[in-house]
Design a protein. Structure first.
Length: 169
């Protein structure tokens, strides 16, 4: 499911009961937006707080909530993809129509970048959060914001996984 960001909150110095990271996304598209207005939108929420990662995914069929202690997070990841194959097909198919493909293909390529970050637990299960830019929501999250999230996850995991050093007597 492709998402757009509804809310993106990053707090480098949170109060004890506040999350460091709180991100919520909804299903992309106009239908997803209309459903969000009446509270029926499938959503994904990712939070990092108080030594745990919480991942909640809801849809019309139900809800799944997973809480992972930070000590059980083995990997954090971030990256992005662009739909170059689809853009090429659009460009080639529309090229005979007054050269529209020369505009439509590159436009599709540049406007449909998909970013993804997430964590993987020591069990091997991954918890991805993939999203794209939303004109309706007005959230423009770039690679720098994604790298900031990844750095915060890494720092938090390292802080919670440090073992006390035994001292010689």
């Amino acid at each position: 499911m492709s998402l757009v960001i509804k809310s993106w909150k990053v707090n480098h110095n949170p109060a004890p009961n506040e999350p460091m990271i709180s991100i919520q996304g909804r299903q992309a598209g106009l239908v997803g937006f209309m459903l969000s207005l009446v509270g029926m939108d499938p959503t994904v929420k990712f939070t990092l707080s108080n030594g745990k990662v919480t991942y909640t995914a809801s849809s019309w069929g139900g809800t799944r909530r997973v809480v992972i202690p930070v000590s059980k997070v083995c990997t954090g990841y971030f990256g992005y993809t662009r739909p170059w194959k689809e853009a090429l097909v659009i460009g080639m198919c529309l090229l005979p129509v007054f050269g529209i493909g020369l505009i439509a293909g590159p436009l599709y390529y540049f406007l449909n970048k998909r970013l993804e970050f997430g964590v993987r637990a020591t069990s091997g299960e991954g918890f991805p959060f993939a999203f794209q830019r939303s004109v309706i929501e007005g959230q423009n999250i770039d690679e720098q914001a994604g790298h900031t999230i990844l750095d915060m996850i890494e720092k938090h995991v390292q802080e919670h996984n440090q073992m006390p050093v035994a001292r010689a007597a």
